[in-house]
Design a protein around this ligand. Structure first.
Ligand code: DP6
Length: 320
C-alpha cells in the first residue's frame, strides 16, 4: 500500500536520452489520505502475467510494467496483479504515483534478493516519474540520477503537520497525459529553459521553508512554481490548458481567503484539481470556502503521510 503525493516544486520535463530522467529536481509531500493498494500473487498456472485495475482501467502499461519489474527484480515466474485506489482515479490526482509505488513495493517482496533503494526508485519511475517520490513518506526530493541519493526524504511526516486539501472539480474534457504534456512543452515551449532556471530558485526557497516550517515562505513559492509550470505549458504548440472554470474560481477563492487573513496556498498538477495547503486550525474554514466554489464537487483532506507498507490483509476499502 502506498500514498499519493503532491509536488510543491513540480517535475515537468524529461531529459533527453534513455532512462526517463527528469529535467529538473522536484519536491513533494506524501498525502496520508489518498491510498493505492496492490495485491500481487504468484501466477504459476499462467504463461504470462495477469494485471488489472479495480475498477477496470487500461492495462497495457500496467502489464508492461509488471514484465519489466519481474526482469529487473529477478522474478522468474508470472505474477497476478491487481491495483486499486481509495480516491477517484480519473480525476488527475496522482493516482499513478501511488499505484506504481504500491506495485513496486509489493513486487519487491517477491524478489529473490532484497532490491536496493535505487533499483526500486528506477523501477517506480518507469510506471510514472512521480511514483518514485511516493516510495518515501513526508517531504521528498527527487533529483536526476540513478543512485541511492536520487530520491530522499528531506523531512518526516511529523516534522510539519500541515493540512492538504484536494478540491475536485467537475471532470472536463480529457486532459493530455503528463508524459505527452511534458514532451510537447520541452520540445515546443519557448519558455521551457526559463521554467528550468526558475525552478532551481523555487526549490531552494521551498527546501528552506520546509526546514523552518515557514508557511509564509512556502506558500507563495509553491503557487509561483505551479503557475510557472502552467505558463510554460500554455506556451507549447499546440497549447496545453489544464484548467477548467472551477479551477480558476478555486484559485480566486484561495486568494480571497488570504485577503481575509487566512494563510492558504494552492498548487495545481496536470489537471483541473486544486490542492490547498493550510494550517490544521484553518482547515474547516478553507474547506467551507472551497466547497462553496461552483463546480467543486468534493474536498478531500490529508496530512503529510508515511511511505509504503506491506499489509498482511487488504485494507477495508479494497473491493473483495
Ligand atoms: C504535474 O509522474 O505522471 O504532477 O513520468 O510521464 O508518468 P510521467 O509523469 P507523472 O507527472 C507528474 C507531473 C506533475 C508534477 C509532479 O508531480 O511533480
Amino acid at each position: 500500500m502506498a500514498r499519493a503525493n503532491v509536488a510543491l516544486v513540480k517535475y515537468w520535463g524529461k531529459a533527453a536520452g534513455p532512462g526517463r530522467q527528469p529535467s529538473n529536481t522536484s519536491l513533494s509531500v506524501t498525502l496520508d489520505g489518498l491510498l493505492s493498494a496492490a495485491r500481487v500473487e504468484a501466477w504459476r498456472e499462467g504463461a504470462a502475467d495477469r494485471a488489472a485495475w479495480v475498477p477496470p482501467g487500461p492495462v497495457a502499461d500496467l502489464r508492461r510494467f509488471v514484465e519489466l519489474g519481474r526482469r529487473r527484480l529477478g522474478i522468474t515466474y508470472p505474477l497476478d496483479v491487481q491495483v486499486t485506489s481509495n480516491f477517484p482515479v480519473a480525476a488527475g490526482l496522482a493516482s499513478s504515483a501511488s499505484a506504481y509505488a504500491a506495485l513496486t513495493t509489493a513486487m519487491a517482496a517477491f524478489a529473490p534478493e532484497p532490491p536496493s533503494t535505487s533499483l526500486l526508485a528506477v523501477l517506480a519511475r518507469h510506471g510514472s516519474g512521480s511514483a518514485c517520490r511516493s516510495l518515501l513518506g513526508g517531504f521528498v526530493q527527487w533529483r536526476p540520477g540513478d543512485d541511492d541519493g536520487a530520491v530522499t526524504q528531506i523531512a518526516p511526516p511529523e516534522h510539519w503537520p500541515l493540512t492538504i486539501l484536494a478540491a475536485l472539480t467537475e471532470t472536463g474534457p480529457k486532459r493530455v497525459p503528463s508524459r505527452e504534456g511534458m514532451r510537447r512543452t520541452a520540445t515546443t515551449s519557448p519558455f521551457f529553459d526559463a521554467w528550468l532556471a526558475a525552478g532551481r530558485t523555487d526549490l531552494s526557497v521551498v527546501r528552506e521553508a520546509v526546514a523552518s516550517r515557514d508557511l509564509s515562505l512556502l506558500g507563495p513559492a509553491i503557487e509561483r512554481n505551479a503557475l510557472r509550470m502552467h505558463a510554460t505549458a500554455l506556451g507549447a504548440d499546440p497549447p496545453l490548458l489544464y484548467w477548467e472554470p472551477a479551477t480558476v474560481s478555486a484559485m480566486r477563492a484561495v486568494w480571497r481567503l488570504r485577503e481575509a487573513g487566512v494563510p492558504a496556498f494552492f498548487t495545481i498538477d496536470a489537471g483541473p484539481q486544486v490542492k490547498v495547503l493550510c494550517e490544521p486550525g484553518d482547515a474547516d474554514r478553507v474547506t467551507t470556502a472551497l466547497t462553496a466554489v461552483p463546480g467543486v464537487v468534493r474536498v478531500l483532506r490529508s496530512r503529510p503521510g508515511d511511505g509504503p507498507r506491506i499489509l498482511s490483509e487488504p485494507p477495508l476499502w479494497v473491493p473483495r
